[in-house]
Ligand binder design. Structure first.
Ligand code: AMP
Length: 270
C-alpha cells in the first residue's frame, strides 16, 4: 500500500492506471468504509482511498474541529485491506485554485440535510469535483448511508466527467446502528439510544407499511422520540428514493432522519 501525501506525487504514481477505483473518505475508517473498498477491489484493477477532512463542507467550525481523527489506526486498518493507494492531501493540494463559478444547488434539492446544513453539499460537490479532477478514476464508490450526498454527487460527477458513482448498501452494527465515524464521539449509553431510535423506526415502518398517512404519523413519532430519549430531531420524513419527493405512503421510499445526541449529529435512512 502506497501512501501519497500531495497532488504532485499523486500524478506520478497513478497516471498510468486505467481502471482505478476511488473511495473518498474523511478517515476514522470503519466497516462501512471497508465495504466500499471491497466493492472497488472486486470491480477495479487498483483502488485508491482518500482521507481528507474537507473544511468546506462543515457549516459549523466546532463540528470540523471535533470531527474524529485517527490517521495512525486508519493506516493500520487499510494496510490489512487490499487498498493500493492512500491519498492524504493537505488543504493546499485540494484548494490550489479558485473556482470561476460557484457551485449552487437547485431549489428542489434544498431539502433534508441541504435545508438544515447551509453550504454543506456545495462544499461536498466542490471537494468531489477537485478530487475527481486530480485522481481521474474509472469508478467512484460511495455509501447509501449518506443517501442525499450519494445522489447529488452521482448526478454532478456523471454530468461533468461521465464517471459512474456506485452506491453501496448501509453497513450496520449488531444493534442496527449505521456505522459512522461520528459514532466514535458517542459513549456506550448514547450508542444504545441510537440503536433504540433506529429499531423503533424499523418497527414503525413495518407496522405502518400500509398506512396512507405516514408523514403525519412521523410528526407524532418525532415528538415521541424527542421526549423519550431527550434528543433533538432535525428531520424525520418519508421520501421517494428516486426523486426525494415527500410521499404519504411506503413504496420505494425511505424514512430519512437527522438527529442530535448531545452535540453529535447523526443521519440515517431506512
Ligand atoms: P465519510 O468518511 O463519513 O465521509 O464516509 C466516506 C464514505 O463512506 C461515504 O461514501 C459514506 O456514505 C460511506 N459510509 C459511511 N458510513 C457507511 C456505512 N455505515 N455503510 C456504508 N457506507 C458508509
Amino acid at each position: 500500500m502506497k501512501i501519497i501525501l500531495n497532488s504532485k506525487d499523486l500524478r506520478k504514481k497513478i497516471n498510468h492506471i486505467k481502471n482505478l477505483g476511488f473511495v473518498p473518505t474523511m478517515g476514522s475508517i470503519h466497516e462501512g468504509h471497508l465495504s466500499l473498498i471491497k466493492k472497488s477491489v472486486t470491480n477495479c484493477n487498483k483502488t485508491l482511498v482518500s482521507i481528507f477532512i474537507n473544511p468546506k463542507q462543515f457549516n459549523k467550525k466546532k463540528d470540523f474541529i471535533n470531527y474524529p481523527k485517527k490517521i495512525n489506526s486508519d493506516l493500520s486498518i487499510l494496510r490489512k485491506s487490499k487498498v493500493d493507494y492512500v491519498f492524504i492531501p493537505k488543504i493546499k493540494d485540494i484548494y490550489s485554485y479558485k473556482r470561476f463559478r460557484k457551485i449552487k444547488l437547485n431549489k428542489k434539492d434544498k431539502i433534508l440535510c441541504a435545508k438544515h446544513r447551509k453550504g454543506h453539499f456545495e462544499g461536498v460537490l466542490d471537494v468531489m469535483d477537485r478530487l475527481t479532477k486530480l485522481i481521474n478514476p474509472k469508478k467512484i464508490f460511495m455509501g447509501k448511508k449518506d443517501f442525499q450526498q450519494f445522489i447529488l454527487v452521482k448526478n454532478y460527477i456523471k454530468k461533468k466527467y461521465n464517471i459512474n458513482v456506485i452506491g453501496c448498501p448501509i453497513i450496520r452494527d449488531v444493534n442496527n446502528v449505521a456505522l459512522s465515524s461520528r459514532n466514535f464521539l458517542l459513549n456506550k449509553r448514547e450508542l444504545l439510544i441510537s440503536s433504540q431510535i433506529i429499531n423503533n423506526l424499523l418497527f414503525f415502518k413495518n407496522k405502518f407499511r400500509k398506512s396512507k398517512n405516514i408523514n403525519h404519523l412521523l410528526r407524532i413519532k418525532k415528538i415521541e422520540l424527542q421526549n423519550k430519549y431527550e434528543i433533538k430531531i432535525e428531520y424525520l420524513e418519508n421520501r421517494k428514493i428516486h426523486n426525494f419527493k415527500k410521499i404519504n405512503y411506503i413504496n420505494k421510499s425511505n424514512i430519512f432522519i437527522a438527529y442530535y445526541i448531545k452535540k453529535v449529529r447523526l443521519i440515517d435512512n431506512l
